[in-house]
Every structure is written in structure tokens, then in C-alpha cells.
Design a protein around this ligand. Structure first.
Ligand SMILES: O=P(O)(O)OC[C@H]1O[C@H](O[C@H]2O[C@H](CO)[C@@H](O)[C@H](O)[C@H]2O)[C@H](O)[C@@H](O)[C@@H]1O
Length: 257
């Protein structure tokens, strides 16, 4: 597997959040946004004429809070929410999560170290602080979903999530790629988890590049080691795009003479 190539001025960037832009932390609220990340994303957004989006399992409002004052086009909750480049919000009608929430809360009340994250259209049960409870969490959440066709279980990094069926990161990226300023551009998607695999498939089917962050089997064609390597790659991308912009401006000045 190779290192990722750098994007050209005709690229679109799709970026996962946890484990990609920020390092994994013990709890969802404990993540640290690296210094310099937000200004870097602002520069990339300008250089790519707005074609930079966040694609995450987190709710859109939570991502906005971590990345303030930046408000990028964003797919949240694995695509159940999507804010397009014009600021329009597309939301999946919420499924009935009562049973799932009750089961998650009951388990968290019985076992130290379990944490329930209630999102708008999903529920996540985190066991990072009690990894020995993985099977118990999977079984309990699987039983709470049962045969309900409206819900789907996702097994991420030390987390079992229940989200609406029929949404995933690949579908969200595909929707962005049908709209300005993303359409017609070569898409790159960087992500670290199994939930990012649908995104890798979609960008690669559009002639783009999937970038897996960290170890693990993947269909992505490129890999980097860590969120700090993603940060370095984004900096190199910014530097390369600045040079390309200057070259393009010089060419058009000459052509105008
Ligand atoms: O799609 P992502 O942006 O990668 O979001 C996936 C989930 O990330 C968060 O949980 C994960 O990160 C936490 C902080 O590092 C960590 O404590 C937890 O173990 C991870 O599973 C977030 O809380 C979830 O809502 C996201 O779906």
C-alpha cells in the first residue's frame, strides 16, 4: 500500500474526524483539536473553492463546536445528517430509539466504565474504559435492535452504535459529489475506522483516493500512520496547492497580455 498522493486544484477533500483529524481519546469529550488544524482547513477550503467536507459519526453541531469558528459542509452521524455547501440541512427522519436507549442506559447503570452518547438520530454505547465488556455491549445492543429494519448496528472503535438503516458515509460522500462545489472534482477521503470503508469505496469508484489512517485491513489504496501524519499530509497539500495557484495565476496573466 502506498503513501497518499497530494491533491491538485481540481480535488475535493472528505475528512473523518475521530482518529483522523484528532487522536483517539479516552472519552468523546476529551479529544484535543491540534493547534493549527482549523486555520489549515480554512486555507484548504479556500484553495479548493469550498470543496472540503467533514464526514463523521459525530453530530454536526458537536463537530461545529470542536472546529469553531469553522462551519464546513458536514455529514454527521454516519450520514443521517448532512449540511451541504450552501448550509442546507438534510436529515433522515429519526427512527424510534427508545428501546435501544433504555438498554444502553440500563447496561451503563450496571457496569462502571460504560458511557452512553445520545445523538440526534443514533445512540452510541462506549466501552473504551471497560474493554472487557465488548461482547456484553454487542449482545445487549444487538438484542435491543432485534429485527427492526429501520435500525442498523455499527461496531466502531470501542463503541457499539445504533443508527438509522440505509445511511452510511459512502452515501453521504456520493450526495456531496452530485453538488457544487464537489461535483466533477477528484475526491480524497481519509478515515481510520471500519465505518469509513463505504467512503473509500465511493471515492475510489469516482477515480479518487481512499486513505486509511492507522493499521487494519482496508479497501483504501493509500495509508498513513496516524492523525499527526494526516496533519502533515494536509500541510503538504496546502503548500502544493499554493504553488499550483500561483502557477495558474501567472499563466492567466501571460495569456492576457
Ligand atoms: O466517524 P468519526 O469522526 O471517526 O466518529 C466515530 C465516533 O467517534 C467518537 O467515538 C470515538 O472517539 C472517541 C474519542 O476519541 C473515543 O473515546 C471512542 O472510543 C471512539 O469510538 C464519537 O464519540 C462517536 O459519536 C463517533 O461515532
Amino acid at each position: 500500500m502506498h503513501k497518499p498522493s497530494l491533491p491538485s486544484l481540481d480535488a475535493a477533500l472528505f475528512l473523518d474526524f475521530d482518529g483522523t483529524l484528532v487522536a483517539i481519546a479516552e472519552t468523546p469529550e476529551a479529544v484535543q483539536v491540534p493547534q493549527g488544524l482549523v486555520p489549515l482547513l480554512i486555507e484548504l477550503h479556500d484553495l479548493l473553492d469550498g470543496a472540503v467536507a467533514i464526514v463523521s459519526g459525530r453530530p454536526v453541531d458537536v463537530l461545529d463546536r470542536f472546529l469553531a469558528p469553522l462551519r464546513l459542509p458536514t455529514a454527521g452521524e454516519h450520514g443521517a445528517q448532512r449540511r451541504d455547501a450552501e448550509g442546507g440541512l438534510h436529515e433522515q427522519p429519526p427512527a424510534d430509539l427508545h428501546k435501544v436507549l433504555e438498554a444502553a442506559n440500563a447496561l451503563a447503570a450496571q457496569h462502571t466504565g460504560l458511557l452512553v452518547e445520545r445523538k440526534h438520530a443514533a445512540v452510541a454505547l462506549h466501552y473504551r474504559l471497560a474493554p472487557h465488556l465488548e461482547d456484553l455491549c454487542l449482545d445487549a445492543m444487538g438484542a435491543a435492535v432485534g429485527p427492526d429494519p429501520a435500525l442498523e448496528l455499527l461496531h466502531g472503535k470501542c463503541v457499539v452504535e445504533i443508527k438509522p438503516a440505509g445511511v452510511n458515509k459512502g452515501i453521504a460522500i456520493d450526495a456531496f459529489l452530485k453538488e457544487a462545489p464537489f461535483s466533477g472534482r477528484r475526491p480524497f477521503f481519509a478515515g481510520d475506522d471500519t465505518t469509513d470503508e463505504s467512503g473509500f469505496a465511493v471515492v475510489q469508484s469516482h477515480g479518487g483516493l481512499g486513505i486509511k489512517v492507522g493499521p487494519g485491513s482496508t479497501r483504501a489504496e493509500a495509508r498513513v500512520d496516524s492523525p499527526s501524519a494526516v496533519f502533515d499530509w494536509l500541510q503538504q497539500a496546502r503548500d502544493g496547492l499554493v504553488v499550483q495557484r500561483k502557477g495558474a495565476a501567472a499563466t492567466s496573466t501571460l495569456a492576457g497580455r
